[in-house]
Design a protein around this ligand. Sequence first.
Ligand SMILES: Cc1cc2nc3c(=O)[nH]c(=O)nc-3n(C[C@H](O)[C@H](O)[C@H](O)COP(=O)(O)OP(=O)(O)OC[C@H]3O[C@@H](n4cnc5c(N)ncnc54)[C@H](O)[C@@H]3O)c2cc1C
Length: 423
Amino acid sequence: MSAVPSSPPVWDVIVIGGGPAGSTAATMLAKSGKRVLVLEKSKFPRFHIGESLLPYNRRIFEELGVWEKVSTAGFMVKRGAQFWMGDGSRHNRLDFSKGSFTDYPESIQVERATFDKILLDHSREAGAEVREECTVQRHVVEDAGVSVSYRNAAGEETTERASFLMDASGLGNLTANHASLRDYYSGHKKIAIYNHFTAVDMPQDGEKGDIIIVRRENSWFWLIPLDDQRTSVGLVMDKEDFQSLARKPDEVFHDAVKTSKAVADRFNNARSTMPMQVAVDFSYKNQALVSPRVVRVGDASGFIDPIFSSGVMLAMSSGREGARVVNEALQKNQAMTPAMRSYEKRTWKNVGIYWEFIENFYKLHFAQIFFQPVNKYRMVCAINSVLAGRTDLTLAIRWRLRVFFFLAWLNQYIPVAQRIRIG
Ligand SMILES: Cc1cc2nc3c(=O)[nH]c(=O)nc-3n(C[C@H](O)[C@H](O)[C@H](O)COP(=O)(O)OP(=O)(O)OC[C@H]3O[C@@H](n4cnc5c(N)ncnc54)[C@H](O)[C@@H]3O)c2cc1C
């Protein structure tokens, strides 16, 4: 830590990044009367991947006071999630309205450019100052505050001071990268190849708006309807497998479409709307989420995998929880508090709930049970609630999940479910 500067910080909190985590934190803090500065690298609206939301997101929208704006923006309503086998031979559908432990029956699929702008504009209205096209270069933690230096669109560098810094820089992972805190999940190095397509043949009527997940042997697709014309489609696979193919992302993607009947049948007239996009190395965990005067939220705390669409929900809940502990630390005038440590533990616990599903989804014995669901003892209802975004798991949910994961584990040795080919 450097010497104490003479002037007190101008801002209570500087938030790096105006995505869902940053805007959630900024709105919460501004609503409680804090002086908040958000520094965002891009000019919104900007493209971002991560378009399928979970029903429990609604709780946070309501808390932020932004639900009215989100629900009237014309986003596609999502009532269910369909999990298909690549060869199209079977599928199951999770209907959020049919989960006896699920409080919210539906969610939305969003074009992130529009969605993220609604949230960020809402932070402004709540009283936060938002500066776009301002890229944070570095930060210095001092005894009485944090100095944050950024460069604006004209290339001019400015330094601002705050009592606290919240890092919501997404996969940019700014402060944790500077401190070398990033750990990758072993055996989980993935690549995602994606685009928006027109004329994909998506479910209609009662299943309109469903996300479709297609499980192939060693990879999977998402198909997310954004509106009546456009569908977001992505392929996720091991980075190593991709590299061994020695082909361009576009070729790998279209080859996988052709060889997955469940996708090919929907792609007869599909046309891409932009150059193919690629994301790599997005699964990681930071060794620490808090340190004196610094709290990391959203993807800047870590990200696992997009398969169960938990990213935005987890980002927004950590933004909300992070803001809560920063608020308390400001009131106590302390740089580090026990509540900040509890925030770190809670965030990891929430991520852990999804990690168990994600890690297992890639395993054959689990997939065999997952694709042949039996709602005995309402186990499917318990799964429904977690995949709807519920993280406050009651005992009734927890024991059902434990039985389910035990059966999936047992299925390696004794056939609990019929042996079916996955892919
Ligand atoms: C392939 C893929 C598919 C996904 N699909 C889904 C899905 O279907 N559903 C879902 O819920 N989630 C999905 N996710 C996850 C989701 O995209 C993220 O979890 C979510 O966007 C995290 O929000 P955030 O606010 O933490 O970060 P972001 O939304 O990434 O926002 C971070 C912001 O910080 C800004 N920033 C970065 N560096 C700086 C800097 N130095 N200075 C200033 N600003 C900076 C960026 O410009 C950005 O606007 C997916 C992720 C991937 C990789």
